[in-house]
Design a protein around this ligand. Sequence first.
Ligand SMILES: C[S@@+](CC[C@H](N)C(=O)[O-])C[C@H]1O[C@@H](n2cnc3c(N)ncnc32)[C@H](O)[C@@H]1O
Length: 218
Amino acid sequence: MAAARRQTMAGYDHDEIAPVAFAKMCEVAPWDYPVLFWLCNLLHEINGLVDAGGHMGTKYRAFHPLLPLDRTFRWVVYDLPAIVRAGQSLAEKEGLANLSFVDRIGDAGEMPLLLGSGLMQYLDMPLSGLLSQMPSRPQHLILNKVALRKGNTVVTLERIGRSYVPYHMRNEAEFLDDIARLGYKQVDRWSIPSLSHAIDTHPEFGRSESAGFYFRLG
Ligand SMILES: C[S@@+](CC[C@H](N)C(=O)[O-])C[C@H]1O[C@@H](n2cnc3c(N)ncnc32)[C@H](O)[C@@H]1O
């Protein structure tokens, strides 16, 4: 963030960044299908989810036409305050009944599933840090588009609109250990070759692997 602040603007938490790429993120991408598969499989046993890094409800908009969500299903987006403000205001206008927003994950309450789609690249802590802010650990974790590498974790900057946003390429073993230490077992993993990235200014670091996961507690 210190390096980003030397540029025009730093991080995601700005009103003017909320609309950037909104329509694109509301589409169903090819790498969303494993997430849809596991969501469909779990719907019979869950009554809601917390969509961490869920932006203005982009994946809710992409997925809900494809999922048999009943009216009582709670889809709670947790995101940064500026994004939550924009998301809430739009959802009120559109009258989206299932969708609500929080800017503190603890306010989502107990949830059986945490969805983190495109979250881990931007989250400024290990996943365990975020989970520790919840009243209880979700039984299920679905993570998508996690940027991983075999070497040390690297943080670079991504340009989003006028802002520079810290982007984490995590050491794979540390990322997996952090989740395993909480008692989660990996049920599924998929690779997303088209979202592998190299850092233009530091090609010596090689390319990240983008991966998705389904973990279950116990
Ligand atoms: C690329 S968007 C992902 C949007 C959507 N979930 C998807 O998969 O397309 C990343 C989101 O993570 C959010 N984010 C970044 N840091 C965060 C944090 N510390 N806590 C919660 N959300 C965060 C950003 O505000 C942004 O909405």
